[in-house]
Design a protein around this ligand. Structure first.
Ligand SMILES: [Ca+2]
Length: 269
């Protein structure tokens, strides 16, 4: 299928997903008590939004994730200074390992920069920060986690499109009902939320499937995300430079943004 038609169809699908999120027929809850009732109503919404049989079956199989809710209720905002944050997150180790990774896979990262304009250091710093280069990609069922967050009243509007996207990812074979990720349903090496996986996912290793637990797919998708968010080829990415604004689109925390920029420069340097 021509790429343009694929993009058009994806655009229409996403519009449907966003509308479905706004309809909000299913009632949210703040405990697990009404989860099954929510699921019954949401199955209808999901079918109406165009989710296929495999995705619907995955939603049916979910259960209320108490671990996800516990993690969500206990989220702490970043209170560290930048030097403390860099220390706590092991920036020196990420930079040292990152340099080795760049040298070892130079052709891969050069091709990424060639295609998307994003230098290796930024991609590698994100990879190191998100999962320790794939060392830990999470242990929570993705579809149950994201469905629980869509059901939970606290941020239902934000997570409902991600829940529908997760079901579409199941339809497409990008994830399975058994896939695990982080506690808010983030997937793979660089921890994409399902909606971002659907919108920005790229088949980097060319096996015909977008699988973000595959390193090549995940890093290519990360470069694509940054490119789509407006990365300017050849422009700087430190604070005050054009591409720092794009790093902000990756993570809302200021110290995290600063850390990515600084580590990226050390890996690229
Ligand atoms: Ca692939």
């Amino acid at each position: 299928m021509p790429v343009q038609i694929q993009r058009l169809r994806l655009g229409l699908l996403l519009s449907a997903l966003i509308c479905a999120g706004a309809v909000h027929a299913a009632e949210c809850g703040s405990t697990g008590a009404e989860y099954e009732a929510w699921k019954t109503a949401t199955l209808r919404d999901a079918a109406a939004a165009g989710v296929g049989a495999r995705g619907l079956q995955a939603l049916k199989g979910t259960s209320y994730s108490t671990r996800t809710i516990a993690a969500d209720r206990n989220q702490k905002s970043f209170k560290y200074s930048l030097p403390k944050f860099l220390q706590v997150r092991g920036a020196d180790t990420i930079v040292a390992q990152g340099r080795k990774r760049k040298a070892r896979d130079a052709a891969f990262y050069a091709a990424l920069e060639q295609t998307y304009g994003v230098p290796a250091g930024v991609i590698i710093a994100i990879h190191g920060m998100e999962t320790g280069f794939g060392g830990f990609m999470g242990d929570t069922n993705v579809v149950s986690a994201i469905s629980t967050l869509a059901y939970d009243c606290r941020r239902s509007d934000f997570f409902t499109p991600h829940m529908l996207a997760a079901l579409v990812l199941v339809d497409r074979g990008s994830i399975t009902p058994q896939s695990v990720g982080a506690k808010h349903g983030e997937i793979g090496h660089t921890q994409f939320l399902p909606g971002n996986a659907l919108a920005y996912g790229v088949d980097g290793n060319g096996d015909g499937r977008v699988d973000l637990t595959d390193q090549a797919d995940a890093l290519t998708s990360t470069a694509n995300f940054l490119a789509q968010k407006g990365w300017r080829r050849g422009a700087g990415y430190q604070e005050g430079e054009p591409n720092f604004a794009v790093i902000k689109a990756w993570n809302a925390a200021t110290v995290y943004q600063q850390a990515i920029a600084l580590m990226g420069a050390r890996i690229d340097g």
